[in-house]
Design a protein around this ligand. Structure first.
Ligand SMILES: [Zn+2]
Length: 141
């Protein structure tokens, strides 16, 4: 738990939120600044800053809840798609440093654009990245 963390305050019920799920490991609530209808955050009750800190079991549980909500939202909001977004670090535009997964329901012509600055496809960039990963994996064994 972190005193100043806004998500920890929501977990402790010191700050209001539109709570939609709670269990022993996590909570889910509506994002206060929704980009589409039903935009939801799923967060662990433990204060882990990011993907590097969160235990694998906690992460697996959170993804299970994401799956359930995704199915529910198909019926509740008649979603035609869903983005799952999770950001780590300032450079990745993380703004609250308590691990969270965004569920962003998608609708036809909802106007939302993601990944505008996509890389241009380059075989040499792909092979360089693959070489780095395979060398690391070989080293790790
Ligand atoms: Zn926190």
């Amino acid at each position: 738990m972190s005193e100043q963390c806004v998500f920890c305050q929501i977990i402790r019920k010191e700050k209001e939120a539109y709570l939609i799920h709670e269990d022993e490991q996590c909570i889910a609530f509506l994002d206060a600044y929704p980009v589409t209808e039903g935009h939801t955050l799923v967060i662990p009750k433990g204060h882990y800053q990011n993907i590097y800190e969160i235990p694998e079991d906690t992460l697996a549980h959170i993804m299970k809840i994401c799956k359930r909500l995704a199915l529910d939202y198909q019926q509740i909001f008649q979603t035609v798609g869903l983005n799952i977004i999770q950001s780590n670090g300032i450079v990745a535009k993380q703004t609250v440093f308590h691990f969270h997964v965004h569920l962003v329901p998608r609708y036809y012509e909802d106007g939302l654009t993601l990944f505008r600055h996509a890389f241009t496809k380059s075989e040499s960039n792909l092979t360089r990245a693959l070489d780095k990963i395979t060398a690391f994996q070989k080293e790790k064994k």
